[in-house]
Unconditional design. Structure first.
Lengths: 259, 259
DNA sequence: TCAGCGGTAG
DNA sequence: CTACCGCTGA
């Protein structure tokens, strides 16, 4: 028996909006720890990892570990039927092949429930090593999103370089080259507006902008984003989910074969 | 001679927006009582009935009953030329074959008039029996609209059931089943937000969501909608038009041929 | 990628 | 009430 009650239902709505373009089908895993998901995108280049810790739910009951395969597009459709300030409850029976999403509006006079068939999916649990990164940058998520969008109008790939000076995003395309540098900046009104560079070793890697733009769909989940880089390791783009966990996107660097 | 002056011209604009997707051509009937219309949709499944009582007009002159056939799409196009707070005057000569719409802006420095040829249409005046309904539900029109829209992302038809508990909307589709229950709720700040159930007998009927979604185009005419159901009778969805009358939509239930 | 609708701001 | 911007759906 599984029963998870999430007061801030719109978190779940946003999470699905953030994932559904990248991943079509995925297994959600429930344990006493929390509600989580790990999935690769269809081209097996990027990976999403979601964690919503049990403590973040108003009520969390998970009698035994359970894996629920769902089509994220369908889940997203269902969640579109939830109001932005609805309370969402997820229910499933052990051994059952369906999951039920229940939405209660704040006035408590409208209750919707949606039952969806589960899918049987191969789980591809990739042990993600908890690596030490050469560089980690925290910056306003909206700024990162804007940069990725802007650069993708010039080129397809971006070189992200971190030095003590700051983080530099460079691209080149038919119409020219572009470089955007964000310097460390901690003298701001609100800590969320800060750009903080933590660097052990300078690093410079190339990524496909297409995926980064997909990742930034999560922007509304958090005012800040954390970008971690190491040579030879996938980039990590992490959005914290208030009091509950995170959504992390991993993306393998491109091997630069020209020049 | 016909001359109707409507100060709140945007009512007429909204009325036409609400009808034009459902009905292509229709006869408008004028009598001393008021300005009315009854028409079936092109597939003869739904019916619209409009009434704007003469008292709602600033000036209402109708020397003799007159029937004016119009293409609602064309009328709607003309009305798009009226400003939202223009005063609209409708004029026609007895025995003439044209109608004139005149728009005056609030500052009274711009006057437009549009003359349109009338059409000769068979009138299909369906005596709508003033039935006693098994159940009548009044609820916020926006909520009804939202429910119909949400459910149509899951399925094509909706089962509407009324019990003492409330009104339930159910659908099923490829991705799963959905149920939305609205409980009676009169403890709200504004009476327009209340959901009021009046039931003599429990009732459960099936309708095509496509039509309901068409009806909800009238949502902006009124904050509340009244839904009346009886087994074997068409559903009625009524939007009151402030101080003037109503627009009512009738829809025959689907006969459930499976199970 | 483009168009239409809804929401927000002036 | 109008105009602009952003988001969603086709």
């Amino acid at each position: 028996m599984l029963e998870l009650r999430l007061v801030q239902g719109n978190l779940l709505k946003k999470v699905l909006e953030a994932m559904k373009d990248l991943v079509t089908d995925a297994n959600f895993d429930c344990s006493v720890t929390g509600f989580s998901l790990q999935a690769m995108d269809s081209s097996h280049v990027a990976l999403v990892a979601l964690l919503l810790r049990s403590e973040g739910f108003e009520h969390y009951r998970c009698d035994r570990n359970i894996t629920m395969g769902m089509n994220l597009n369908n889940v997203s459709k269902l969640l579109k039927c939830a109001g932005n300030d609805d309370i969402i409850t997820i229910k499933a029976d052990d051994g059952g092949d369906t999951v039920t999403f229940m939405f209660e509006n704040p006035k408590q006079d409208k209750i919707s429930d949606f039952e969806m068939k589960l899918m049987d999916l191969d789980s591809e649990h990739l042990g993600i090593p908890d690596a030490e990164y050469h560089a980690t940058v925290r910056m306003p998520s909206l700024e990162f999103s804007r940069i990725c969008k802007d650069l993708s109008s010039i080129g397809d790939t971006v070189v992200i370089s971190v030095t003590k000076e700051g983080i530099k995003f460079s691209t080149r395309g038919d119409i020219g080259n572009a470089n955007i540098v964000c310097r460390q900046n901690t003298t701001v009104d609100k800590p969320e507006q800060a750009t903080v560079i933590q660097m052990n070793e300078a690093v410079s890697l190339t990524f496909a902008l297409r995926y980064l733009n997909s990742f930034t769909k999560a922007t509304s989940l958090s005012e800040t984003v954390t970008i971690s880089l190491s040579s030879e390791l996938p980039l990590v783009v992490e959005y914290k989910i208030a009091d509950m966990g995170y959504i992390k996107f991993y993306l393998a660097p491109k091997i630069e074969d020209d020049e």
